[in-house]
Write a protein that binds this ligand. Structure first.
Ligand code: C2E
Ligand code: CA
Ligand code: CA
Length: 674
């Protein structure tokens, strides 16, 4: 914090005194090894019960016994000291050098600790640093309570605003800020009360001189007993703002949107921690919000940002002296935790999941956010670099994402072998076709009315030389984000048509094959003509081709309608996959020419566990039938699920109860050769 305050005129010493409405303050001066007291405030005279005259001896003012305790603090200026007075009162003392044109002084700021909070003291000294820092400021300062009411303004502030200090007491800060800037100030003030010092590079304050000179504001939370009790606002000239190292610090280390510390702050914090790695365990918890992209897509950036702000607020509640949170990247957060036992880290990981349970409300609609969490630790005796920790946490996170999301995992060695990073997977995936590593498997769909099997779903399989079988849930998202899905998607389409032709030539009975189409593929300009071309080339009747699309393909009504209409003209079937997991699914059924809906596995898994889900399934089936659509239930694993679906007239089922997706030879063996 500030080590030396250089001020131009002696009058500024008064300001230092004025700036400390809550504390006892004395200004000391040294001459010839002799220490005198130049100035004090009333609180100081009360605290030491002394009649003050300017220039009196420090030993006299503070009294012998106290002075003996205070004197050693002079050698450690800028630090907090804990002193017990003769009357058993305890105080926190902070001494700072002050340089004025008249010479050098030392300010002594003393805060009385009223109740016996010895244990809490250390923590408080930590947080009190902000306060002392602000208190020693000679710039205009306004203090606010939690509601934004002005409880104090120093002389400099009164001068700046051309009003008497006590005339603005009790007023709301929002009355003081020009209308144009109020909107910007609101969130900034909220963040400050959450414990984050903030900065506003430009603002105009209403003042008696009607000057519109822009100023900049810096806000600091004020603490009492470890809790935020309000905020200080320091007013600076705009040009001073950027030269101010102290505050620069906060701007540089703060994430603009959320007010949390940013990635740079994480590096900084780590530098501090790394010196103590031999004596403490540190866990890095990497948190990634599940499928956050869909909020960006469906709600727009502003509202999604609003959600991130809310999430950050909840995460901010988990901060304490052992746990700090950083916004790492878009929707990724990092918690750094100092701990003794691993359970402490688990508690925090669970807390992170817990604070997200409450819905997030955007325009009166409730939304739910879940997070996946990967954890890596640097433990005493086996210290790790930040990079390494991040990498491991990322691998653990990756594992979680591929195992159902929405939970946490500690890094294990096997993860780095089985789950390499995304970049590596992408690199291998680029060569997958060339190296002949891809295959199509087929899962049968059972007609519950006739018990016949005359349709299958084609599912992609990737067997990589290095990583072995990589599940689609792991590589499809990478293929999507890298654009490789177009190339791979073309390959699957071609492959399925080839099989159809081969089977036909071998005299097998015709079956319908459903092919998963990714949104990127679906939205390609030539998509419809591609399908047309395949139908013609392989001479397959369109009724044996089904295209499974997801909600992600149907974001633009106009575009979607047009593509679907053209597909209808070709005569192929279109189904909606993972039905029920999106937002406005039901309206699709009416808007688009769709033939089949596939009820998502998650609903089926909850049959007999969740009555609400059962009601949803019934409603989906009923509605679909009314609209003339066929219904396929996915992920059927148990007899009772089948029974429920039968009772509710679901016509088709697919799932492990009947068969897993099978390689081509098996399909032929089991379903085509009798
Ligand atoms: P999906 O389209 O919802 O496919 C159904 C998934 O459920 C398949 O996982 C299937 O193996 C699995 N499954 C089938 N029956 C059961 C069951 O009874 N219980 C459980 N728990 N699971 C069952 P798979 O093959 O791992 O594929 C995962 C996802 O990857 C697919 O979900 C699909 O979104 C994507 N995918 C797979 N192949 C392709 C493809 O060729 N192209 C595209 N774009 N995506 C594909
Ligand atoms: Ca599917
Ligand atoms: Ca599905």
């Amino acid at each position: 914090m500030t080590n030396s305050i250089t001020v131009a005129i002696n009058k500024k010493l008064h300001d230092i005194i004025q700036l400390n409405p809550f504390d006892a303050v004395a200004i000391l001066k040294f001459h010839d090894g002799h220490c005198s007291v130049e100035m004090v405030n009333t609180s100081a005279t009360v605290l030491f019960n002394t009649q003050f005259t300017a220039g009196m001896d420090a030993v006299v003012f503070f009294k012998d016994a106290h002075w003996n305790q205070l004197q050693p603090c002079l050698n450690k200026q800028g630090e907090m000291h804990y002193v017990t007075l003769q009357n058993a009162k305890q105080i926190v003392v902070n001494m700072q050098p002050v340089t004025t044109s008249e010479g050098s002084y030392i300010s002594v700021v003393m805060r009385l600790i009223t109740n016996d909070v010895t244990a809490a003291l250390e923590a408080q000294i930590e947080t009190a640093k902000h306060l002392y820092f602000v208190e020693q400021y000679v710039d205009p300062v306004i203090s606010l309570d939690l509601n934004g009411h002005i409880i104090y303004a120093n002389i400099a502030a009164a001068n700046k605003l051309a009003i008497l200090g006590n005339q603005i007491l009790g007023k709301s800060i929002f009355e003081l800020i020009d209308e144009e800037y109020v909107g910007q100030f609101g969130p900034l003030f909220r963040n400050t009360l959450e414990g984050y010092p903030m900065g506003m590079p430009q603002c105009v304050l209403k003042n008696k001189m009607f000057s519109e000179e822009p100023v900049c504001l810096k806000t600091f939370p004020t603490y009492w007993d470890g809790k935020v009790i309000g905020a200080h606002i320091v007013i600076k000239n705009v040009d001073e703002f950027f030269n101010d190292r102290e505050h620069h610090h906060f701007i540089v280390y703060q994430d603009e949107l959320t007010g949390l510390f940013n990635r740079r702050a994480l590096n900084e914090q780590w530098t501090m921690y790394s010196e103590r790695q031999h004596e403490m365990n540190i866990a890095l918890i990497l948190v990634d919000l599940d499928r956050f992209k869909k909020f960006n897509e469906s709600l727009g950036k502003n509202k999604a940002d609003g959600m991130l702000y809310e999430v950050s607020k909840r995460f901010g509640q988990l901060r304490n002296e052992f746990c700090e949170v950083f916004r790492y990247n878009g929707d990724e957060f990092v918690f750094l935790v100092r701990y003794y036992a691993r359970e402490e880290v688990e508690v925090i990981a669970n807390e992170i999941l817990r604070v997200l349970l409450e819905p997030f409300v955007v325009e009166e609609q409730e939304y739910f956010i879940t997070a996946s969490i990967g954890i890596a630790s640097s433990v005493v005796g086996q210290p790790l670099e930040l990079d390494k920790l991040l990498h491991r946490a990322d691998q653990a996170l990756f594992y979680v994402k591929n195992h159902g999301r929405s939970h946490y995992r500690f890094y294990r060695k096997e993860m780095s072998q089985a789950f390499p990073n995304e970049a590596l997977i992408e690199a291998h995936l680029r060569r997958a076709i060339e190296f002949d590593e891809l295959a199509v498997h087929f899962q049968p769909q059972i007609d519950l009315v006739t018990n016949r099997i005359d349709s299958f779903e084609a599912l992609l399989r990737w067997n990589n030389k290095k990583f072995g079988a990589v599940p689609p849930s792991q590589f499809i998202p990478i293929a999507e984000s890298s654009g490789l899905i177009i190339h791979i998607g073309d390959w699957i389409l071609e492959r399925v048509f080839q099989y159809q032709k081969e089977w036909r030539e071998l005299g097998y009975r015709p079956v319908r094959i459903a092919i998963n189409i990714s949104p990127k593929q679906f939205k390609q300009e030539q998509f419809v003509s591609k399908i047309k071309h395949l139908l013609e080339t392989y001479e397959i009747e369109p009724e044996f081709v089904e295209l499974e699309i997801t909600e992600g393909s149907m974001t633009n009504v106009h575009e979607t309608s047009s593509i679907l209409r053209h597909l209808k003209q070709l005569g192929v079937y279109v189904s909606v996959d993972d039905f029920g997991t999106g937002y406005s699914s039901l309206s699709y059924l009416k808007t688009y020419p769709i033939d089949i809906i596939k009820i998502d596995q998650s609903f089926i898994a909850d049959i007999e566990k969740d009555k609400k889900n059962e009601a949803i399934i019934k409603a989906i089936i009923l509605l679909s039938h009314n609209l003339g659509l066929e219904v396929v239930a996915e992920g059927v694993e148990e007899k009772n699920q089948e029974q429920f679906l039968k009772n509710n007239n679901c016509e088709k089922v697919q799932g492990y109860l009947y068969n897993k997706p099978l390689p081509v030879e098996k399909v032929i063996e089991q379903y085509f050769i009798n």
